[in-house]
Design a protein around this ligand. Structure first.
Ligand code: NDP
Length: 254
């Protein structure tokens, strides 16, 4: 058996229409999975689908705003329906609103928590039903360096990403007996739309990241292909509740 093969597996990647989500979706596709991408931006999805299909991958897009609980449940149900099963759920959709805590409005707080944390629970709950019925599955949640560290402009984002680690651990303990593994990936600083705006808003960020990252570079979405395949495949069947930094060494540098 090829430990890393995802042949005949079906994966749903929220926010898979660009950035890190697409980097993971491409990895899963290369390992043989059929892939359902989700997000709000259809134009981005068209180009993501075209690149996956050009490689011969069976891929689909479902438009969904994961800030709505019902949309999360409907998304998972229609992803499972598209290809007849669901083996892998990647909770990747995320936003950040960079403001000092004293300036955060209630609606900004809720937007970040709903997108980054609550959606992961609602999608996982819906996926659990499918995975349990099938005899197992893999759930991958996307945290951040802000799961570990803090910043004055990241109260909501840090709370959501710290929460992702504890949510992953809770689900892992609850569902291990059902052969469902739940793990978190903690990206370092990766060049995507999200951090392009951060570099505009936070002076000196680009240089500080380069100076602290032992690998000496910003990460790319393609850096997440391998970890996604590992956590989605039989190779990680005894790995659950872990939070794995993929950060070029950022989190272990002084
Ligand atoms: P992007 O902005 O490129 O990707 C974010 C994705 O989330 C988009 O595809 C977007 O889709 C989707 N999304 C956002 N809000 C919603 C919503 N309400 N409903 C559905 N989809 C939504 O950034 P990244 O690729 O960098 O981010 C991916 C994940 O990685 C996030 O969870 C982020 O917090 C995390 N991360 C990123 C880091 C980095 O350095 N880049 C570092 C640490 C963590 P659409 O545009 O269609 O709305």
């Amino acid at each position: 058996m090829d430990l890393f093969s995802l042949k005949d597996r079906v994966a749903l990647v929220t926010g898979g229409n660009g950035g890190i989500g697409l980097g993971m979706a491409e990895g899963l596709a290369r390992a043989g999975a059929r892939v359902v991408l989700s997000g709000r931006d259809k134009a981005k999805a068209e180009s993501a689908l075209a690149s996956l299909r050009a490689r011969g991958t069976d891929a689909n897009f479902i438009e969904a705003d994961v800030t709505h609980e019902n949309a999360c449940r409907a998304l998972v149900a229609s992803a499972a329906e598209k290809f007849g099963r669901l083996d892998i759920l990647v909770n990747n959709a995320g936003i950040n609103i960079r403001k000092r805590p004293e300036d955060l409005s209630a609606s900004e707080w809720h937007a970040v928590i709903d997108t980054n944390l609550s959606a992961a629970l609602f999608c996982a709950q819906a996926a659990y039903l499918e995975m349990k019925r099938q005899g197992g599955g893999k759930i991958i949640n996307i945290g951040s360096m802000m799961s570990l560290f803090a910043a004055p402009y990241a109260a909501a984002y840090g709370a959501s990403k710290g929460g992702i680690v504890q949510l992953s651990r809770s689900l892992a303990t609850a569902w291990a007996a059902d052969k469902i593994q739940v793990n978190a990936i903690l990206p370092g600083w990766i060049d995507t739309n999200l951090t392009r705006t951060a570099r505009e808003q936070v002076e000196g960020l680009h240089e500080r990241v380069l100076a602290r990252t032992p690998a000496g570079r910003w990460g790319e979405p393609g850096d997440f292909a391998g970890i996604a395949v590992f956590l989605a495949s039989a190779a990680s069947d005894f790995v659950t509740g872990a939070a794995i930094p993929v950060d070029g060494g950022y989190s272990i540098a002084s």
